[in-house]
Ligand binder design. Structure first.
Ligand code: COA
Ligand code: ZN
Length: 327
């Protein structure tokens, strides 16, 4: 049935917890546990799962088992399984292991790019263009995640012209999707609305994703601002885990199940299984050996009502008795 023009848009949720979340975990998560978690997430109605990253195992030891994880998962039809790659070597590994999509990464901040990827931004563009050409010949789809679009923790504001300049070069080269990443949660809602509106006006055919972090508690409100600007794809991480190990002060992504809970409450059509997400999120503290920031997993959904305490009867009788009792 066609949705009326006033209906709220369907929002695509893209899970990044097993990449952005796991990449900085100090304790190596066993491959079988990663596969089990991704298999559970695959049944939750998500649009995309960023399975892992094919980076140097010296840079990101937590994801040194990328091939085994990508080959080990049970895929669900219609779900896109993507992998983050920084260079040609990573792309060749990811394609050989059967990724559906390559998510290329570079930073719009020169300082963050040098720290994170050990190259200048121009060197990154040159290396990633090689990857684009390889991907076009291999039949996998392409997304580019541009880091620090809403501010760099070392350089501060990144001019819109810089962000759009890199986006344009990749789109002209044949990339389908661009993710605007708030790597260390520096964005605020007016900024998100304005950058996303300008991006959609300038690049109407690009598939745009917002990748938000909740570092300063503005993740969910920034997501709503993005939806107001017409964005319908969001990266999010189970339990709100995540953060780039090479960006000072980085903390978790906007939390998947909290975002889904919010969007359901706001009346967005959702095929996502919130109960399944919550069960998966509640398995994280044991898997990681520490608590995680997700809020709904701790508080329960708003509709999960608490039983009335047994003491209520006595309290009511006392209240009614005192109301009718003479002064
Ligand atoms: N997969 C596996 N190994 C890789 C690799 C890849 N994608 N890219 C490079 N390597 C290996 C090289 O083979 C080389 O190995 P050797 O020392 O055994 O010869 C070593 O890594 C260094 O290669 P080099 O090309 O000089 O890379 P570098 O040291 O300049 O590092 C990156 C550049 C991009 C590979 C590295 O910084 C990286 O992987 N960064 C990822 C950061 C990240 O994911 N951050 C969080 C997400 S935003
Ligand atoms: Zn991130």
């Amino acid at each position: 049935m066609a949705e009326s023009s006033t209906a709220k848009p369907r929002i695509h949720i893209q899970e990044v917890g097993t990449r952005d979340g796991f990449q900085g975990e100090p304790r190596f998560i066993p491959t079988a546990d990663k596969v089990r978690l991704i298999d559970a997430l695959s049944l939750c109605g998500l649009a995309k799962i960023e399975v892992t990253s094919f980076t140097s195992p010296k840079a990101i030891p937590a994801l040194a088992d990328a091939e085994e994880v990508l080959r080990g998962i049970r895929r669900q039809p219609g779900l896109v399984y993507t992998s983050l790659v920084p260079n040609l070597k990573g792309a060749e590994r990811a394609i050989a292991a059967g990724t559906d999509e390559l998510n290329l990464t570079m930073s719009t901040s020169e300082t963050h790019n040098l720290l994170n990827l050990r190259m200048t931004r121009e060197q990154s563009v040159a290396r990633l263009f090689e990857v684009v050409d390889l991907a076009k010949a291999s039949g996998v789809t392409l997304n580019v995640s541009l880091s620090t679009c809403f501010g760099c923790p070392m350089e501060g504001a990144i001019p819109e012209a810089v962000v759009f300049g890199f986006a344009e070069r990749f789109l002209d080269r044949g990339v389908e999707g661009i993710s605007l990443c708030d790597t260390t949660g520096m964005a605020h809602p007016d900024q998100v609305r304005s950058l996303c509106e300008a991006f959609r006006t300038r690049f109407p055919r690009a598939q745009v994703t917002l990748h938000l972090h909740n570092t300063r508690g503005m993740g969910l409100v920034n997501a709503l601002a993005g939806i107001e600007a017409g964005v319908d794809r969001f990266d999010a991480s189970l339990g709100g885990i995540g953060g780039c190990p090479y960006a000072p002060g980085a903390t978790g992504n906007v939390c998947t199940e909290d975002l889904v809970h919010l969007l359901r409450a706001q009346g967005h059509p959702m095929d996502v299984d919130l109960s399944g997400l919550l069960a998966a999120a509640r398995s994280l503290p044991e898997l990681l050996g520490h608590d995680v920031p997700g809020q709904v997993m701790h508080a329960g959904r708003t509709e999960d009502l608490h039983p009335v305490p047994a003491s209520l009867t006595a309290i009511r009788e006392r209240a009614l008795g005192s109301a009718s009792a003479p002064d």
